[in-house]
Ligand binder design. Sequence first.
Ligand SMILES: *[C@@H]1O[C@H](CO)[C@@H](O)[C@H](O)[C@H]1NC(C)=O
Ligand SMILES: *[C@@H]1O[C@H](CO)[C@@H](O)[C@H](O)[C@H]1NC(C)=O
Ligand SMILES: *[C@@H]1O[C@H](CO)[C@@H](O)[C@H](O)[C@H]1NC(C)=O
Ligand SMILES: *[C@@H]1O[C@H](CO)[C@@H](O)[C@H](O)[C@H]1NC(C)=O
Ligand SMILES: *[C@@H]1O[C@H](CO)[C@@H](O)[C@H](O)[C@H]1NC(C)=O
Ligand SMILES: *[C@@H]1O[C@H](CO)[C@@H](O)[C@H](O)[C@H]1NC(C)=O
Ligand SMILES: *[C@@H]1O[C@H](CO)[C@@H](O)[C@H](O)[C@H]1NC(C)=O
Length: 625
Amino acid sequence: MSLQLLFLLLSLSFLLSPSSPLPYPYNTSFHIDCGGLTPSTDSYNISWLPDKFFTGGSTAVVSEPLHFHLQHEKTLRFFPLSFGKKNCYNIPLPPGRYYVRTFTVYDNYDGKSHSPSFDASVEGTLVFSWRSPWAEDLARDGAYSDLFAFVKDGQLDFCFYSIATDPPVIGSLQVVQIDPLSYNSPQTGDSYILVNYGRISPGSSQWGPGFSSDPDPFGRSWQSDSNYRTANSESARIITTKEKIKGAEQAPNYFPMKLYQSAVTNDGALEYGLEVDAKLDYLVWFHFAEIDSTVNKAGERVFDVLVNHKNVSRVDIFKQVGSFAAYTLNYTEKNLSNSVLNVKLVPVVGAPLISGLENYAMVPADLSTLPEQVIAMKALKDSLRVPDRMGWNGDPCAPTDWDAWEGVTCHANKNGTGLFITQIDLGSQGLKGYISEQISLLSNLINLNLSSNSLEGTLPTGLGQKSLAKLDLSNNQFSGSIPESLTSSNLQLVRLNNNLLEGRVPEELYSVGVHGGTIDLSGNKGLCGVPPLPDCPLFWENGHLSKGGKIAIGLSCFIFVSLLLLVIYIFCIRRGKNDYDFGLPSDLMSLAAKRNRYQRQKSLMLLEMESQHAKGLPSLPLNPH
Ligand SMILES: *[C@@H]1O[C@H](CO)[C@@H](O)[C@H](O)[C@H]1NC(C)=O
Ligand SMILES: *[C@@H]1O[C@H](CO)[C@@H](O)[C@H](O)[C@H]1NC(C)=O
Ligand SMILES: *[C@@H]1O[C@H](CO)[C@@H](O)[C@H](O)[C@H]1NC(C)=O
Ligand SMILES: *[C@@H]1O[C@H](CO)[C@@H](O)[C@H](O)[C@H]1NC(C)=O
Ligand SMILES: *[C@@H]1O[C@H](CO)[C@@H](O)[C@H](O)[C@H]1NC(C)=O
Ligand SMILES: *[C@@H]1O[C@H](CO)[C@@H](O)[C@H](O)[C@H]1NC(C)=O
Ligand SMILES: *[C@@H]1O[C@H](CO)[C@@H](O)[C@H](O)[C@H]1NC(C)=O
């Protein structure tokens, strides 16, 4: 793949550079040109894939393509409501940590002069919200947004959610594997998503992938600081160097050397304001390097770093790492209540100096649907052939800020570790499939309504989980028998009317009606066994022998065999002892007649002889054979 080529080139350029760090060990990346039809390589040697991995939507082109200099910025994918409220890119990836970057643009591609409102999520956690109307430059020029996220399940789910019927839109999507230990994850764990709220490189204009050919193995791009510096530090000066910087480009963060080769300094305090969304924790990274060769011992440049007017640290770069060496600090601002994060460098000795500043919102991973429930819902999506317009994409329940899949209701489990499905309401949706056996995995399902569709096949044997209270499958073409499993003691409503069901109705199901619930089994020609349905044909039930039938047949077999044995006994064994005192049944007479005539005659003879014997005649042997 040409992406690997890119990384090879990056690694080569590192090897050629004097600091020669280890080659970047992560090799998975995707650069998707959303809406693009052909592969392309841009002027920064990034290879773009034609659009793939999306769940739906349509393609479009910005209204003024010449205004955009990169091909992937000109084409876009949008998700009209006919593809549902929720759509995703599902990218297969090895588990790991990833840099995810989107390019979002409107540029009136649809001619409606209405920039859309929509949300975006990563791995089921809400990360970006776009609200109409967008700032004019954003709508026209587009914007890059990025974050770091862990992907644990082998697939990155990047999903969009339409607000107020607006179609979400995306220009490009990039995913680059990064070091899992980067940005303090050993301390913070792997359940936070770090959303970029400012990554600036004081003393440079915007650089990094998409803006310049300067490499950054993570794919980070760095902005100029001029828009973030507050009014009282406008006299700030830029310092740059071409000297090699020690300690840059090291694992796990691989901060590029270029970052430390420029800096901004000021005679007074140096102050930055970064816009944030309140009520989150923010992870702030500071980058310093002493690149002024006139500062050559400790204590010549000393300043305090303040975040929102709190003293975070006193910095003496030379004292820490010497000259031309990278020095980083990080700080977590908890539970921010302002809408601006203020960073101030206050001089103690000499002028403060800064080379880089990053600010990330630490977005805690949202709850997600329990894995076996996801398996069940994906199986149902396929088996019920849920149409695109219902937007059954991504996690069935998450993010919790969004509605679940259309027609689906979810709840959090008691210990707050996951989400499960309690209701599926898909009545009258024109569904044409069948119910997957996997529905038995929905162990918290209370209410299932699939009425008035064209569903067929048999009812799965796993249907009837303990939780089930309401089941409406009326007006479909379900066939076969009602499964014995359908005996949940919680069932209050069962409507199976107007299907093609047959066979005996389970007694327990019938008792729903007896106990004050609602049950409707009408309009199934083949059901039997409970009032007011007809009696089931004797010994015949659900297309096979009933239990009673089997017993009856067993019993009759037993009786038949017994009778047969008795007959054999009487014919062969008993008669061996005494051939003469048995009168044959008339129907066996013809068969036995020939043989027995002789014996009869003999018996008559015997009687005669006996009488003759009695008259003094010699006796004959009694055995006729
Ligand atoms: C990518 O890296 C993994 C280990 O991190 C390695 O097993 C795999 O072979 C590499 N793939 C390529 C194409 O270099
Ligand atoms: C892109 O890669 C080619 C070789 O594949 C090289 O000749 C060219 O200089 C590279 N361009 C940039 C901007 O790095
Ligand atoms: C700020 O905090 C550092 C310790 O982190 C301390 O050495 C320094 O004196 C503090 N500055 C002020 C002005 O209090
Ligand atoms: C970031 O800050 C934490 C806590 O202050 C510290 O343990 C860690 O070493 C710092 N990381 C770097 C790379 O400076
Ligand atoms: C965050 O701040 C709000 C008020 O701004 C407070 O009500 C809440 O308890 C704080 N949360 C934490 C975890 O400190
Ligand atoms: C939370 O409850 C589920 C059952 O609903 C259980 O499987 C899981 O182990 C529990 N987790 C914790 C952290 O208690
Ligand atoms: C099931 O959905 C249909 C709409 O298609 C509705 O008429 C019916 O009342 C629902 N059944 C139950 C039990 O709520």
